[in-house]
Design a protein around this ligand. Sequence first.
Ligand code: PRP
Ligand code: URA
Length: 208
Amino acid sequence: MPGRLIVSDHPLVQEKLALLRDRRTTPAGFRCAMETASALMGCEALRGLRTKVRSVPTPLKRARAVALDQSITLVAVLRAGLGMLGGLLDLAPAARIGHIGLYRNEETLNPVRYYVRLPPDLKDSFLVLCDPMLATGGSAAEALRIVKTDGARQIALLCIIASRAGVRRVHSAHPDVPIYTAGLDPRLDRKGYILPGLGDAGDRLFAT
Ligand code: PRP
Ligand code: URA
């Protein structure tokens, strides 16, 4: 199955992406733009949520209505994925949250795992993996392997900027996982940073 890549062309997402890329944006502005972009793209990523029909009483009559028939699990790849959670929780306050701690070895660029804590029963949940930067794709591919090993079956990967190489790597290891992104950039530098990118997402979020 060929992997799906969805690059948002929504003007509000693109405006937030411009703020995120701009080195003059403050950490507060950066956090805010990341939350809003994540919420806007999250709407699309969650389009496949299972629903059921119910009815609600309006002041005049009963109306046919829709209820969600599936839990949502948001999994943040630490640290930078934390910056995406607020916007997604505005959409889905009842979502369950998982955390996967990975950092990149500076020499090899391979992901090193240091923390995993996931909610139970991922099998029937719609899982959104949140990591703003898809650079070599190593971290996302490893995080997807971890959530699948724990049972997740319906998964979307939400990022802010993806590189072409990262998309290829994730699609080749996980062709069933659609990738939603605000930007698709052509290259990586020798340290594995996305060009033109936005710099180090974790450092800009947390002002480190
Ligand atoms: C960043 C980013 C991704 C990863 C992407 O994390 O948040 O998780 O790099 O790179 P990759 O696609 O080449 O694996 P980093 O390792 O810098 O950790 P941090 O978020 O804690 O700063
Ligand atoms: N991680 C980041 O934060 N930025 C990049 O460009 C690549 C990996």
